[in-house]
Write a protein that binds this ligand. Structure first.
Ligand code: AMP
Ligand code: GLY
Length: 429
């Protein structure tokens, strides 16, 4: 076992996947890395293979045919669709939960009912599968803002914060009868609006123990000062200064352990990375959402601070040996600035040229929506294109270094927020 080297398939194609590939490449346990489908930046670090991340048959066939002995299933949709189940069925062990455990992200109704059953703190809610019942409830509660969520996966867009009765009723209609998010909106959750700083805590778990990673802070709105539409995330910093050791202890006792144990009791043992989206409300930490995977772009700041061997930890989540490992993070800080295509998260073009500068050992440029053209040059191919990351002794230092590097990138049709980390610096004052 100690000498075994692994041929690995990484399923996914974003900046998060690029950060994971760069991290596992450092492990002495790795022989070969294939990424399905990957992107033009990942292609500079691993073999990319043109098979879609949700094509269960194609992924299994490729992995069997290429001697893959461990697969990392990273994005939400293949996890919820049962990619891990399919790979396991053909004898390939995986990093990531099976579909029974991935439901924690795949269904908001499931996750809310689960939290209620196990006493895990979250916003008060009701779920509905009939539009008239939802509308009657809105009129009865009549308190705004009110939060309306589609049950299923909706590319991070299935949450509407309604400021009035009309907006709330319109949101319910757009999800339930206009099917704005397809079948994801055939059931909905309506919940209480919470306030307070948000924190992401990614964690490793083998179903028995849970090991939180360093905390982080996402910036979800498209533009400075949290203006504009919600996006997949426009930048991150780690650690999150709002998340003190006292809060971490409370979260471990009231949220992390009860979640892992509850899932096990439900016959849905979770192995992989469990994402806790938390809000630090005046009444204490509450779960905003669970994700069954690494966050993007949280991963781009968390992994550069991980000092232990990521690949060894991943294997331990699958083998149930996580308790034996020492998972260490550095006490530095990291900042990631997302360079997106103008127009994102709505309409944007593709095929714009990008030139990356040289950079030093404390920086990384993770590539997401970009491909290589016929001459091997990088061109944009998506909304979020690059994640420009820097590590430094202080948060201020990491932010400055990340922006210095961002300014050296040439991407004329791109834009980025100028205030990633500004709120985190406020908290440190
Ligand atoms: P979600 O996809 O559930 O993470 O929701 C997306 C974003 O909507 C979160 O990151 C929060 O900023 C916001 N949000 C979700 N639920 C609530 C809530 N109950 N109260 C306040 N804000 C919320
Ligand atoms: N950055 C938020 C997410 O990955 O869901």
């Amino acid at each position: 076992m100690a000498d075994k080297k692994y041929t690995v398939a990484v399923i996914g194609s974003g900046g998060r996947e690029h950060a994971i590939v760069k991290a596992i490449k450092k492990s002495p346990l790795i022989k070969e890395i294939y990424v399905l489908p990957g992107n033009g930046g990942i292609a500079r670090d691993a073999y990319t293979v043109n098979v879609s991340a949700t094509d269960k048959e194609g992924v299994c066939e490729f992995c069997k045919g290429h001697g893959v002995d461990y697969a990392l299933v990273i994005p939400d949709d293949p996890l919820v669709l049962g990619m891990v189940d399919a790979l396991n069925a053909v004898g390939i062990p995986c990093f990531g939960p099976d579909s029974k455990a991935a439901i924690i992200e795949g269904s908001k109704c499931f996750s809310k009912d689960f939290m209620k059953k196990y006493g895990i703190p979250t916003a008060l809610y009701e779920s509905f599968d009939k539009e008239e019942d939802a509308v009657a409830y809105i009129k009865k509660v009549d308190s705004y803002p009110m939060v309306i969520k589609a049950d299923g996966l909706a590319l991070g867009k299935g949450v509407i914060i309604a400021q009035s009765r009309d907006e709330a009723i319109e949101a319910v209609k757009s999800m339930m009868s206009d099917k704005k998010f397809g079948e994801s909106g055939s059931r909905i959750v309506i919940e209480e609006f919470m306030t307070g700083p948000e924190v992401t805590v990614l964690s490793f778990t083998d179903g028995n123990v849970v090991v939180p990673m360093i905390s982080s802070m996402d910036h979800k709105r498209a533009h400075d000062n949290d203006e504009g539409l919600n996006t997949g995330g426009m930048g991150t910093v780690a650690p999150n200064p709002y998340y003190t050791q006292t809060l971490a202890d409370i979260c471990m006792e009231k949220i992390f352990i009860p979640t892992i144990e509850g899932l096990k009791k439900e016959g849905r043992t979770f192995r992989g990375c469990l994402y806790f989206g938390l809000m630090l409300t005046p009444k204490g930490p509450r779960v905003v959402e669970y994700n069954c995977r690494f966050g993007d772009p949280e991963t781009q700041v968390v992994l550069p601070l991980l000092e232990s061997d990521l690949f060894e930890i991943m294997l331990a989540t699958t083998n149930g040996t996580l308790a034996d490992l020492d998972v260490r993070f550095s006490n530095k800080s990291a900042c990631c600035v997302i360079y997106a295509t103008k127009g994102y998260p709505e309409k944007y073009g593709k095929g714009f040229p990008i030139t990356l500068p040289e950079y030093g050992p404390d920086c990384e440029i993770f590539v997401a929506g970009a491909k290589q053209d016929e001459n091997g040059n990088l061109v944009s191919n998506g909304g979020r294109v690059l994640g420009i990351t820097a590590v430094a002794d202080t948060l201020r230092g990491a932010i400055d270094k990340a922006y210095d590097l961002t300014k050296k990138v040439s991407f004329d049709e791109g834009f980025y927020r100028n205030d990633i980390g500004a709120r985190a610096l406020e908290a440190l004052k």
